[in-house]
Design a protein around this ligand. Structure first.
Ligand code: NAP
Length: 247
């Protein structure tokens, strides 16, 4: 049966891969991102709407428009997120920190608090959160990004407790290194620096993470996968990556 899937940050990377994968199995999609012009290129049949998760009016408008276009929301994929820079705490200016926390934590909360009551009213649903291995293990220069992802763990736990008995599933999908635009964004468009992150190693691709999201979403309603940690075989933790020697 076709479900209504809402995906935040569907204009690239993991969000776009999830959109393509849900579409391929016949689900209806509502996609949001700031670069709204990219969304119809991801899935031409999807309902596409501008979304900035850091702007409350934008979130309100997006959720209302998605429901109006596609009806009750069955699955919310909270994917929109970013890292900015690799400042150590003592070197921080605060701006990048605010952007990460406003996007990764507050933005996710703003979307979720508008979708959850609607799911409860409609008999249940599934909230998927794209966390990160960074939420399990910190690394130098990643304190605030890691903190923003760690924060998603108690948020997921609390939602599970607060919606107990209401047929709401909550899954955190926490990847290691994935080759997307993530590093390009982190290094403010510096392509060379971004490419170095993936040099000599084999990272995950966005479709690998989408596979995990679909696996969780396609379990029967009584089965909740709490957390899926998915790593490249060549990565042991955020700072231990196997790289083949360069020729
Ligand atoms: P990406 O290719 O840069 O995609 C990020 C997406 O988030 C884009 O579609 C972007 O869309 C959207 N986004 C960012 N800020 C937003 C905002 N304020 N409002 C709405 N959408 C916003 O990177 P990705 O790797 O696919 O990242 C997706 C998620 O995976 C993030 O939460 C990231 O933290 C997580 N993750 C990534 C990795 C990795 O190694 N790549 C590892 C673990 C976890 P617009 O710019 O068009 O708004």
């Amino acid at each position: 049966m076709s479900r209504h899937i809402v995906i935040t940050g569907a204009s690239s990377g993991i969000g776009a891969a999830c959109a393509r994968a849900f579409h391929a199995q016949g689900d209806r999609l509502s996609l949001g991102a700031r670069r709204v012009e990219r969304l119809p290129e991801v899935v031409p049949e999807a309902f596409c709407h501008a979304l900035d998760v850091t702007d409350r009016d934008s979130v309100e408008g997006f959720v209302a428009a998605a429901i109006a276009a596609n009806g009750p929301i069955d699955v919310l994929v909270n994917n929109a997120g970013l890292a900015r820079g690799t400042e150590k705490i003592a070197e921080g200016t605060g701006e990048a920190w605010r952007e990460m926390i406003e996007t990764n934590v507050l933005g996710l909360l703003e979307v979720t608090r508008r979708v959850l009551p609607h799911m409860i009213e409609n008999g249940g649903g599934h909230v998927v959160v794209i966390g990160s291995i960074a939420g399990h293990k910190a690394y130098v220069g990643g304190g605030v990004y890691c903190g923003s992802k760690r924060a998603l763990q108690p948020i997921c736990e609390a939602i599970r407790m607060e919606t107990l008995g209401r047929n709401v599933r909550v899954t955190s999908v926490d990847p290691g290194m994935v080759d997307t635009e993530f590093s390009l964004v982190r290094f403010s468009g510096d392509r060379e620096r971004a490419q170095k992150v993936y040099e000599g190693t084999r990272p995950l691709v966005a479709d690998d993470v989408a596979d995990c999201v679909l696996f969780a979403a396609n379990r029967p309603q009584h089965v909740n996968l709490d957390t899926i940690v998915v790593m490249p075989t060549d990565q042991a933790n955020p700072y231990m990556v196997h790289r083949a020697p360069q020729q």
